[in-house]
Design a protein around this ligand. Structure first.
Ligand code: ZN
Ligand code: ZN
Length: 254
């Protein structure tokens, strides 16, 4: 459903005066949606069961496909804020979708990273990371036929994990293994609840922009527990100091 407090709307008024100060000024055009994760009020969908998580993921995919068909959105960002300290502001379990009229800076940086890892040749840095992480083992959390879960080498925050499909696929909306992904997500998120005392956390999906095909990319889901408060170094310089080694984090979640 549309968000009651949308940050982006279709037909948004222009920001500020018509006198253009910066070429970056543009209307806040796009979409803000709330996805109701579950009919069960007091439980996260992964506490209801993998079937509920699968329905939620299928709705994510349906909305990606609908906004893509509509043709006005550049990038779909779906997130889930779990717990008040992770900015969840509504009691009923829900996710949020932002249909952005631009490619966000983090995705732009990731696209540049994929391209610079293999300049001028075919190859995927995330396929390499999956293979190397699994072979080395110390940062691996779990692995199934279709997905690998691990703490990234340079995890930003304590117990950060990524869920990555083994299949090289740029876009989440092309994933045809949402049943298996829902089992993996349920297992991982229940481990967070049981081993870290149900921490506040955010997760989001990183996927290729809705249109165009020209750059290497590999979709993934990032989970960030919010056990520490980022300070001036993190926010001011985008330099992240993590007090829990990713190997320790993975061992706890394995
Ligand atoms: Zn890949
Ligand atoms: Zn990412």
């Amino acid at each position: 459903m549309p968000n009651k407090f949308p940050i982006l709307v279709s037909g948004a008024p222009r920001a500020g005066s018509e006198r253009t100060i910066s070429p970056d000024r543009r209307p806040a055009t796009g979409s803000s949606e709330v996805i109701v994760d579950s009919p069960v009020h007091g439980k996260a969908p992964w506490e209801v069961g993998a079937g509920q998580v699968q329905e939620m993921l299928e709705m994510y995919r349906d909305r990606f496909l609908a906004l893509k068909a509509e043709g006005r959105t550049s990038y779909v960002h779906i997130i889930r804020n779990h717990g008040a300290a992770a900015a969840s502001s509504l009691g009923h379990p829900h996710s949020q979708l932002f249909g952005l009229p631009f490619i966000p800076p983090v995705i732009d940086a990731e696209l540049n990273g994929f391209a610079s890892a293999y300049p001028g040749e075919a190859g995927c840095i995330l396929c390499d990371i999956v293979r190397d992480t699994e072979a080395e083992g110390s940062r691996l959390v779990m692995a199934t036929g279709g997905f690998v879960v691990f703490s990234p080498f340079a995890a930003r925050l304590p117990y950060e994990t990524w869920i990555v499909p083994r299949r090289h696929q740029p876009r989440f909306e092309d994933c045809d293994r949402l049943d298996e992904l829902s089992e993996v997500m349920t297992e991982v998120l229940l481990r967070y609840r049981d081993r870290l005392d149900d921490p506040p956390l955010n997760y989001w999906i990183h996927s290729y922009p809705l249109h165009g095909e020209s750059r290497p990319y590999h979709w993934h889901l990032e989970i960030l527990p919010r056990l520490t408060v980022p300070g001036g170094l993190e926010l001011g310089a985008d330099v992240w100091v993590n007090i829990v080694a990713p190997e320790e984090a993975a061992a706890l979640l394995r």
